[in-house]
Ligand binder design. Structure first.
Ligand code: ADP
Length: 154
């Protein structure tokens, strides 16, 4: 069974993430989308909301599981018997950042990181820009899946 873990904050999940996940479906038997919990980080959306946005979007795809984890991604990957970490690359800055992490992870655990290049039409999307638009009451519907877009602002 080829299982990959797709780790991230998903604060919130965007069409960029969805694109990477959909394209990776052909490469793996199972993809575990895993929300990393970092107690030192402040999130805009609660863990429950972030989980719900992802679960709702992929509810009809049995090959996709959605979970949360704490600690090192490689420890979690070993725990769930995933041999691959999936990541998306948008630009050289992503590459530089991801390169060192992937090399460290392989060194420490033997787990390979598989990178997919973002599609041209979602390359500019980031969760941080979505949060900024959302906080300022802008329209995020062209940047995120419907499960996020229909979320009501408090
Ligand atoms: P993290 O906090 O780990 O950066 P994110 O939720 O921001 O978590 O991102 C998770 C993964 O999704 C990362 O590999 C990131 O590069 C990728 N990603 C984010 N936005 C896009 C996008 N628009 N296109 C492709 N990949 C993306």
């Amino acid at each position: 069974m080829k299982r990959a873990v797709f780790p991230g904050s998903f604060d919130p999940i965007t069409l960029g993430h969805v694109d990477i996940i959909n394209r990776a479906l052909g490469l793996f038997d199972e993809i575990v989308i895993a929300i990393g919990i970092n107690n030192e980080k402040k999130y805009l959306f609660s863990l429950e909301e972030r989980l719900h946005f992802i679960q709702e979007n992929f509810k009809d795809i049995p090959k996709i599981k959605v979970t949360t984890y704490q600690g090192l991604t490689i420890h979690y990957a070993k725990e769930i018997e995933a041999s691959f970490i999936l990541r998306g690359l948008r630009n050289p800055a992503d590459f530089e950042f991801e390169k060192a992490i992937a090399q460290t992870n392989r060194n420490l655990s033997g787990i390979e990181t598989v990178f997919l290049l973002t599609s041209a039409d979602t390359a500019y999307i980031s969760s941080s820009i979505v949060r900024d638009v959302y906080r300022n009451k802008g329209d995020i519907s062209s940047l995120v899946p419907d499960s996020v877009a229909k979320h009501k602002m408090e």
